[in-house]
Write a protein that binds this ligand. Structure first.
Ligand SMILES: Cc1cc2nc3c(=O)[nH]c(=O)nc-3n(C[C@H](O)[C@H](O)[C@H](O)COP(=O)(O)OP(=O)(O)OC[C@H]3O[C@@H](n4cnc5c(N)ncnc54)[C@H](O)[C@@H]3O)c2cc1C
Length: 477
């Protein structure tokens, strides 16, 4: 009777789970295990919001396994020691898992595989989190990609991604289940109970991912290409946390969208735009895998000595609290604090204000996002911040600095997004809402807004700070 350990990590699903599928195909008994070992993730152990998600998602996975006749064994401690104990306790012949690509985890997994094999155990890992392995993509010169468009073209030439794997039926229970810790004992939930509001915004777990995907296919896909930049419109998929925690595989998402595209020609523009975004995720992982220094340092070394503003701390705090005096940015930062999420357009504008106008280091912004986003993902977050700071893959030229007021008028023209997150400005008319500091005093008075009291004046002057940023970049060259 063959027994295998299925090591769950960020693949918290039963459908399209190649490691689980393979284990069930060859073993009579499969022991599903999750090991909490945050210190093995180096500088980037999951942040607070992502840990809340992980807690909920593990609860959901445990329920699904129980429905299939199995269990989820939870342990904490050094992965190697936990696996050694479990192998001894269960008599399992080996361990199967799906691959992850963050630098610290690549190292850890490599050493676990070597150790298992040296001990005479079977150790197999599978491709599940990405449509294409990051090392499989190479330019004509045999180098890694640093620009998205050629990556996208090369991706297109590879043909369609494989079909998702079937969910196993009933799982045979172990005769003697090993001991499991309680979910609470893992200590994933932050000590300060700020997180209950997240539960009103999200449904972590495989069923929640399925519901979010179906909802997007029915309601968002057809107009995604038009609505994806408008933060007040329900026009995006909000699948990023589900994809990050592996409750939905990119293969499942790709197939479901492609099926709709094939069935309804009207979906072509929206569907193709969405699949392209999904490939940005692949690109970000490719860049992280090939350039593992990038979570802490710029992709391009010449940006390493950028002269950040030394007295940025109080400005950084104002940005974190959504008190910059730039309404679109403050709305985004409050959305983030409330829901663990921020719309992509607003992420770009908020990041630009921090790194270019406030001139605080991009890593300070990346760390704040890391702790507050439910979808905090080392590849996507690093790419987003380095793109915004102009020092990363495919970054726009440095001199293209977002004007938050223009962005706000363009993408939130009627101010619905700002009014939702900044109720103190809700009574301002549209023409005053995007830049209250420029509004006539009578408009502010009529709306009951006292600048500096009810809502701050801009913490930095846009034009002056823009000029200072350009001068700083010039100095670097
Ligand atoms: C400064 C900054 C930080 C970011 N940090 C993260 C992060 O920590 N985690 C994260 O998942 N995304 C991050 N992004 C990318 C993007 O903002 C989110 O993926 C997107 O907002 C998620 O919403 P959605 O699922 O509705 O996306 P949709 O618009 O529905 O897109 C579908 C999927 O494509 C992928 N995707 C979309 N845009 C991008 C992108 N620019 N880069 C990489 N993948 C993308 C995501 O997996 C997303 O779920 C960041 C962007 C910026 C500018």
């Amino acid at each position: 009777m063959k027994t295998l350990i299925l090591w769950f990590r960020r693949d918290l699903r039963l459908s399209d789970n190649p490691a689980l599928r393979a284990a069930v195909d060859v073993a009579e008994t499969v022991i599903p295990v999750f090991i909490h070992a945050p210190e093995e993730e180096g500088q980037w152990a999951p942040g607070e919001a992502a840990r809340w998600w992980q807690h909920e998602s593990l609860a959901s996975l445990a329920d699904r396994l129980a429905e299939s006749g199995s269990r989820l064994i939870l342990r904490r401690g050094s992965t190697r020691e936990v696996l050694a104990d479990l192998l001894a306790e269960t008599g399992a012949e080996g361990v199967y898992w799906n691959r992850l690509y963050e630098p610290a985890l690549v190292e850890r997994d490599r050493s676990i595989k070597q150790w298992l094999r040296a001990e005479g155990h079977e150790a197999r890992s599978f491709q599940a989190a990405l449509l294409v392995e990051p090392w499989a993509m190479r330019t004509g010169k045999g180098e890694p990609y640093r620009v998205f468009t050629p990556f996208w073209r090369a991706f297109g030439k590879r043909g369609s991604p494989r079909s998702p794997r079937r969910k196993p039926g009933t799982l045979r229970p172990a005769t003697n289940w090993p001991r499991s810790e309680s979910l609470q004992a893992l200590g994933l939930l932050p000590a300060v109970r700020w997180y209950p509001r997240l539960a009103s915004c999200w449904q972590p777990g495989e069923a929640g991912a399925e519901a979010a995907l179906t909802r997007f296919l029915d309601r968002g896909l057809s107009s995604y290409h038009e609505d994806r930049d408008r933060p007040a419109v329900d026009g995006i998929s909000r699948l990023s946390p589900h994809l990050h925690h592996g409750e939905l595989s990119p293969f499942q998402a790709w197939q479901r969208v492609s099926e709709r595209l094939a069935a309804q020609a009207a979906l072509t523009q929206g569907g193709e735009a969405w699949l392209r975004e999904l490939v940005w995720r692949e690109f970000a992982h490719h860049v992280l895998f090939e350039f593992p220094h990038t979570p802490e340092a710029p992709l391009y070394e010449r940006w390493a000595d950028f002269p950040w503003r030394e007295d940025h701390q109080p400005l950084l705090r104002a940005w974190q609290r959504g008190e910059t005096g730039y309404p679109i940015v403050d709305a985004g930062m409050r959305e983030l604090w409330h829901s663990g999420f921020m719309h992509n357009r607003v992420r770009m504008v908020a990041a630009s204000l921090l790194v270019k106008n406030i001139r605080a280091p991009w890593l300070a912004g990346a760390r704040w996002f890391w702790d507050t986003l439910v979808d905090a993902d080392l590849a996507n977050n690093t790419m987003g911040w380095q793109w915004s700071a102009g020092c990363g893959a495919d970054a726009a030229p440095y001199f293209r600095i977002f004007n938050p007021f223009t962005q706000s008028r363009r993408f939130d023209g009627d101010g619905a997004y700002i009014r939702r997150w900044l109720p103190e400005l809700a009574r301002l008319p549209d023409k005053a809402l995007h830049a209250p500091h420029e509004a006539e005093a009578s408009l502010l008075q009529a709306a009951g807004v006292r600048l500096g009291k009810d809502y701050p004046r801009p913490v930095v002057d846009y034009r002056e700070s823009r000029a200072a940023a350009l001068a700083a970049a010039k100095q670097l060259r």
